[in-house]
Design a protein around this ligand. Structure first.
Ligand SMILES: [Zn+2]
Length: 412
């Protein structure tokens, strides 16, 4: 199917009922019609566990990373990129010595947790494996992971971080008396503590200083680096760029809320495991940004997303529920310059968004394990593809051969 046809197909589907991780409104979990269990395909039955047990907590993360570093014989270096408003550490872990750099962050939306587990699994494996292939990979790639980018939100199992507008004004005195940024909220997931949707707080201008005249801003436009977490991620990116010349790729790990089925392709009818995306920067592959940001390369992002998708499919076979990969909702006009993946793509990095099925507190242990495994395989596939250079030889347009998993269907 041609690129144009597929894009047009998606274009007509901006349904009012679409509730996505990356939309302004926090995504309640999709209800019917796709909750029926189909044998061998996983389930969308929701446990909605208010305790959100079974996921690595902030304090467990610190000790888990310490153990990985201790067991790595110097291969893994754990660091702290900054502190949250509530004083928690933003841990990073670095492994590999190659000149191709991959930065992966997880749980910038605090209640989207599979990526944290997947990153711990990858760091453990890369840190301790004696497999010659792993050693060779680490000579070609440097992986820098931030497994918990919003621990203040994560510990409350909610999307936003925790920071009041008064505190924002204290940190940025020039903003005193200005309007609140549009993505600053007074509550999140029913918890009445103010905070930001951090994945709207990014700006391609990595030296940007917040200006009162720019507020409150607009969902399509860049954000303002008002939070310590987004600033720390930006600073980490700049540091890596200064060290290596460029950051090849940035991966951002999320959950999408809805639990839909594939429509079409080899996995027709299977529940999606993970949906992938390239940056939402408007029509004609972000053409309106090119003058100011000539390094933007949407096709490069699609090549990297394709390496992830192909890797998952090749690992599990097209009929496995673990291999149910789709494209995330992406009508051509979709535009969110304030997302981290957009800001870094405008600086020349390939960026790939992972959106895992459902919400991380929705599923039982078996399903959690399956989804973590899919995410881990996807990231490992990308690392391998970067190490061998295969990712550079892919056809970015082949990404459109993956199904869009049902966003083109009318939703109830
Ligand atoms: Zn998210």
């Amino acid at each position: 199917m041609s690129l144009t046809r597929k894009r047009n197909k998606i274009l007509g589907t901006l349904g009012a009922g679409a509730m996505l991780c990356t939309l302004l409104v926090a995504a309640p979990v999709s209800a019917a019609p796709n909750q029926a269990t189909t044998p061998g395909q996983g389930t969308c039955k929701l446990s909605d566990d208010p305790q959100f047990t079974g996921w690595t907590s902030y304090s467990e993360l610190g000790s888990a990373l310490q153990r990985i570093e201790d067991n790595s014989n110097g291969r893994v270096q754990v660091d702290v990129a900054g502190q949250t408003e509530l004083g928690r550490n933003l841990y990073t872990a670095r492994v590999g010595t190659g000149d191709r750099v991959l930065l992966v962050q997880s749980a910038v939306h605090g209640n989207e947790k599979t990526g944290t587990e997947a990153l711990l699994g990858i760091l453990k494996k890369l840190g301790s494996s004696n497999d010659p292939a792993v050693k060779q990979t680490l000579e070609n790639v440097t992986l820098v992971a931030m497994p918990m980018a919003n621990p203040d939100g994560g510990e409350l199992n909610r999307r936003t971080n925790v920071i009041s507008w008064e505190e924002v004004e204290r940190r940025h005195p020039q903003l005193e008396g200005s309007q609140r940024a549009w993505y600053h909220r007074l509550s999140s997931e029913g918890i009445d503590l103010p905070g930001f949707d951090l994945n709207r707080d990014f700006n391609a201008d990595l030296d940007y200083v917040p200006q009162p005249g720019d507020l409150p801003g607009d969902p399509k436009d860049a954000g303002f680096y008002l939070s310590p977490e987004s600033q720390a991620i930006r600073d980490l990116y700049v540091k890596l760029r200064d060290e290596f010349g460029q950051v090849d790729a940035v991966v951002d790990l999320h959950h999408m809320g809805p639990c839909d089925q594939q429509t079409g392709g080899e996995q027709d009818g299977k529940h999606i495991s993970v949906a992938l995306d390239y940056p939402p920067l408007g029509i004609n592959d972000g053409a309106s940004y090119k003058e100011d940001w000539p390094l933007l390369d949407q096709d490069k992002s699609r090549r990297y997303a394709l390496a992830v998708a192909n890797g998952i499919k090749d690992s599990y076979g097209s009929q496995s529920p673990l291999a149910a990969v789709g494209r995330y909702f992406h009508p051509e006009e979709r535009e969110y310059a304030g997302q981290g993946r957009s800001a870094f793509a405008l600086n020349g990095s390939a960026t790939v968004l992972f959106e895992v099925r459902g919400q991380s507190d929705d599923f039982g242990q078996k399903m959690k394990g399956m989804l973590v495994q899919t995410v881990q395989t996807g990231i490992e596939s990308l690392i391998d593809s970067m190490a061998t250079g295969e990712v550079d030889t892919l056809e970015g347009d082949d990404f459109f051969d993956y199904p869009d998993y049902g966003w083109d269907e009318t939703r109830d």
